[in-house]
Unconditional design. Structure first.
Length: 239
């Protein structure tokens, strides 16, 4: 099988199982637009499994086909690229990150794909020590807002293994004034999860930024706090 054949096979499956009702149901969650077939999760997962179980693809083939899948603009086709590549995580190497990064340049255009990509592809790279935090330095100033969002979302995995969060907080500082809401939400999510584990250090960081950074970050970061705790992070009206 060649890359175009794999792409055509997946597209044929998507068209055969399309459902306009599902598209309508989920479109409300994507303010940036939702160009989808309307596949059920069952139809999606069964196709992934059949391709893997029947040994029809290799990681080399998938990397080639992923360029077509991600660039297509169709929601499910990008999802297939992410989910299928995650099945080959045992074969990831130091070059895998560059391939993933190229996807942001051609077709990662919504928060869902960004977040799933981080969980299913970036997490194994961190777990296997194939990438370091500094490998994402350039992502903080990337043109694609979802690539910038991917920085704090991918860093969620590091909260489980790092004892000292201060370097993590320092790393996200260049993003704390990012104008895009999707990036701000990603930062707030990261800080909320950090607070659950190391509240004192996280609160010190939040206090440093409370009068400067966008309020959306604090809305998410303080979500699990009590009303009394949240008061500490209100913006000083005199500034």
């Amino acid at each position: 099988m060649k890359a175009k054949e794999l792409f055509d096979d997946i597209r044929k499956h998507c068209k055969a199982n399309a459902d306009a009702k599902i598209v309508k149901k989920y479109s409300k969650f994507f303010t940036e637009g939702y160009d989808a077939y309307g596949l059920t999760s069952e139809k999606h997962e069964s196709k992934v499994r059949s391709l893997i179980d029947e040994n029809k693809i290799s990681i080399k083939l998938l990397i080639s086909a992923s360029k077509l899948l991600v660039k297509s603009g169709k929601y499910e086709e990008t999802s297939f690229a992410i989910c299928l590549l995650s099945e080959f995580s045992d074969k990831f190497n130091e070059k895998t990150l560059a391939g993933i990064e190229s996807w942001f340049q051609i077709g990662i255009i919504n928060w869902a794909h960004c977040d799933v990509l981080c969980g299913r592809l970036m997490t194994p790279l961190f777990e296997k020590n194939l990438i370091k935090l500094n490998d994402l330095s350039g992502w903080r100033t990337a043109k694609n807002k979802y690539q910038r969002r991917a920085v704090p979302v991918a860093m969620l995995e590091l909260l489980k293994t790092r004892k000292n969060y201060k370097p993590l907080f320092k790393f996200i500082e260049p993003l704390m004034m990012d104008p895009e809401k999707k990036v701000q939400q990603g930062l707030g999510w990261f800080l909320r999860e950090a607070w659950k584990i190391k509240s004192k250090d996280t609160e010190s960081f939040l206090l440093k930024w409370k009068d400067k950074a966008p309020r959306v970050i604090f809305q998410y970061a303080t979500e699990k706090m009590t009303a009394q705790q949240k008061k500490r992070f209100r913006r000083n009206k005199n500034k």
